[in-house]
Design a protein around this ligand. Structure first.
Ligand SMILES: *Cc1c(COP(=O)(O)O)cnc(C)c1O
Length: 401
């Protein structure tokens, strides 16, 4: 077998450098552990940015995918297929919404929500033609399309990709007052991550989401919750909005919806919102394909047991209690909810990248973000003792600097 060094060298030479991966070449994975081409094992503490909430190769998900591969993989939406209805009904029930519109990647689902909100604004709310605006948050991450990066506040994501799509107003995350000030008669939606993942697992102040909900209702504005990373069990609830008993007008879902097998995303909303889209006005060749739906149904079935939400909550307590002990010992701050944490490393000590490299040497894969933050989000199936071991490795890695 070709060595990691050779494969890394070849990808450096032949792929665009739009990522800066850790120098590990993964060959196979089961549950929360991955194995590289040389046979070394690592605990996966990134879980595909929460795409692998149910672990690598969850038997129920793989079984559903294999069954579907035998029967039917693609039809396009020009025809019905026998997995579509159950997926939409299942996701509608999970979200408590009337209707579901499936896409593939997270960014496409966000784009879908933006288009639906604008059309709803013009057709239902009566906003002046061409003038709809959507309020978004500083530090947001909603994907990589031209429209979405138009309202990013991260210069790496945005610079030199203009001209930018107009119609967005950026306000401070965590401040309802800032949203209130930005609202005008043409505001159609507030787009918010219930917890900002890429920004470093930023949890807004208690009460924020319910205040945003109340404000949106009072002003007749759609609340769009991007739960692509925060949803589907990660925080100890099905959706991060559940922690405040908040129901957004539009849920935006992705990542774990594809069970770690295929890209599956969707938005879910009630009829009065999503019915503004008529045939021909929006779609995707692969969105809602049979394989995606079969996998999505398996994911929804797993979530309907409630086991993963409960496990993320329970393991989250272990994670956060142990991480708190590192504060003051090379760690400045720890944030997060459920099995999801952002850890700010003292920048005087080491960069986030240096810590993730040291962690890799110790058999733990994690990802840094924004210079000095480490993100931990292992699969929810991670055994408790492995989780504790990984946190010990983090402590040891930090004290090695
Ligand atoms: C990952 C992510 C996206 C984009 O999803 P892709 O599948 O990479 O397009 C959007 N929003 C949030 C909150 C995400 O974490």
């Amino acid at each position: 077998m070709t060595s990691s060094a050779e494969l890394i060298e070849l990808s450096e030479r032949r792929s665009a450098h739009n990522y800066h991966p850790l120098p590990v070449v993964i060959h196979e994975a089961h549950g929360s552990w991955v194995t590289d081409v040389e046979g070394k094992r690592y605990l996966d503490c990134l879980a595909g940015y929460s795409s692998l909430n149910f672990g690598h190769g969850h038997p129920k998900i793989i079984e559903a995918a294999q069954e579907q591969l035998k029967n039917l993989t693609l039809t396009s939406r020009a025809f019905h297929h026998d997995q579509f209805a159950r997926f939409c009904a299942g996701l509608g029930d999970l979200t408590g919404k009337d209707l579901v519109l499936p896409m593939n990647t997270g960014a496409e689902a966000v784009e879908t929500a933006i288009k639906v909100a604008r059309k709803w604004g013009y057709q239902v709310k009566g906003v002046e033609p061409g003038l709809a605006n959507i309020i978004v948050m500083e530090g947001n991450f909603h994907g990589r399309t031209t429209t979405i990066i138009s309202f990013s506040t991260d210069s790496d994501a945005r610079d030199d990709f203009g001209p930018y799509t107009p119609g967005f107003r950026v306000v401070r995350y965590g401040s309802t007052e800032a949203i209130r000030e930005a609202i005008d008669a043409n505001t159609v939606a507030v787009l918010v991550e219930p917890i900002q993942g890429e920004a470093g697992v930023i949890v807004p102040p208690d009460g924020y989401l319910s205040e945003v909900r109340a404000l949106c209702s009072a002003e007749r504005i759609l609340m769009i919750a991007d739960e692509i990373q925060s949803g589907l069990g990660r925080t100890g609830q099905t959706f991060a909005c559940n922690h405040e008993g908040v129901v957004p007008d539009i849920y935006v879902l992705g990542k774990a919806l594809g069970g770690g097998v295929v890209p599956v995303s969707a938005i879910a909303a009630d009829r009065d919102v999503l019915e503004v889209i008529r045939p021909g006005q929006h779609g995707s060749t692969f969105g809602g394909n049979p394989l995606a739906c079969a996998v999505g149904i398996a994911v929804i079935d797993l979530l309907n047991t409630g086991e993963f939400q409960a496990r993320a909550a329970k393991l989250g307590e272990v994670l956060h209690a142990r991480l708190r002990e590192l504060v003051g010992r090379g760690v400045l701050e720890v944030r997060g909810r459920g099995l999801w944490a952002g850890i700010d490393i003292d920048p005087e000590l080491a960069t986030g990248r240096q810590v993730t490299e040291a962690l890799m040497e110790r058999g733990v894969l994690a990802k840094d973000t924004h210079g000095s933050t480490i993100r931990l989000a292992p699969p929810i199936v991670v055994p408790e003792e492995d989780l504790i071991w990984a946190i010990d490795q983090l402590g040891a890695a930090i004290s090695s600097f």
